[in-house]
Ligand binder design. Sequence first.
Ligand SMILES: C[S@@+](CC[C@H](N)C(=O)[O-])C[C@H]1O[C@@H](n2cnc3c(N)ncnc32)[C@H](O)[C@@H]1O
Length: 365
Amino acid sequence: MQTKHSFIYADSRKLETTADNSIDLVVTSPPYPMIEMWDRQFSFLTPGLENMLEESNYSAAFEAMHLELDKVWIELRRVMKQGALACINIGDATRTLNNRFRLFANHARVQSKFFELGFDLLPVILWRKQTNAPNKFMGSGMLPPGAYITLEHEYILVFRKGPKRVFATEKEKKQRRESAYFWEERNSWFSDLWDFKGTRQETTSGELRKRSAAYPFLLPFRLINMFSGFGDTVLDPFSGTGTTAMAAIAAGRNSINCEFESSFYKPVKDRLIQEASQLSSYNGERIARHLEFVEKHQKEKGKLKHLNKHYGFPVMTAQEQDLKLAFVKSIEEQKENLFTATYTSDHEVKTSDTDLLSIIKRLKV
Ligand SMILES: C[S@@+](CC[C@H](N)C(=O)[O-])C[C@H]1O[C@@H](n2cnc3c(N)ncnc32)[C@H](O)[C@@H]1O
């Protein structure tokens, strides 16, 4: 198996090189309107914004910034296939103007635009992002009623273009079955509350992550596994440090990544090459966690009824029998801005990891 990953250093308000109806899933996080770290970039995109901010005309500034993001959402409607989903990670902003503290509900403004564009709104995910900042509580301290609730979550908004995706051919149906996730993953991933606390640390350098407001790898990785299949193409129109591309590679999907700061090219390229060898471990961990689940379940509740055809271990449901995971072997730069990932075959996976093999053998029914 091989997947392709292209990087376009351009303005995603016009996704000129992306064909109509070609994208199976969008996973992205735009710059957040009214968050100060993005003011400079929005000023560059938005005529008259600097004056609006200087004059504290914050309602106009909020709307003007969203009008620029709207242009990207309009492009998404064009490039997404019928039935494709878009997952938009965004946080609300708070800001004090003329001594008045206010909330700018970015998630609501984005939702209403997608609704207006004819997308179906699906249930959203609240991603809990706890802050330990000492000054996280704002306002009048212990004196009512002037203290403010601290924002400790962001949204993952989920939209669908048109009716449900159809899997018509035998090949499409097979790929869908192979792209299944584990039953116990379904039970936690499809909750509307996510918290990545206690999960593995990020590998990207802290400075780069801060400058780009990168999201954690597990966020796009989970969404890609939930909402796309092998062979699909994932688009990120605000790709920054390339986290979505990394997750697409780890999941065995293709990706197209658009970012207008071309200074990201070098760090993204380094990241792809340097982290290639670690990407398999995410799916390795999924299998290890599944095996722990099986062991516990079999001890407490008895044998599972079904077997996975590729790995030979027990699974909870018939839908997991064809489930396969991608294990990255290498990532290569084919030409500037185009990378290909190649994957280990199932046979190599089974025999190269002796721990895994022994656990699988022990659990075989
Ligand atoms: C919140 S960051 C995305 C971070 C990314 N998810 C990651 O993990 O690194 C938003 C990115 O969008 C880029 N951006 C903003 N407006 C853009 C536009 N019109 N076209 C392309 N990229 C844009 C910014 O330069 C920034 O890197």
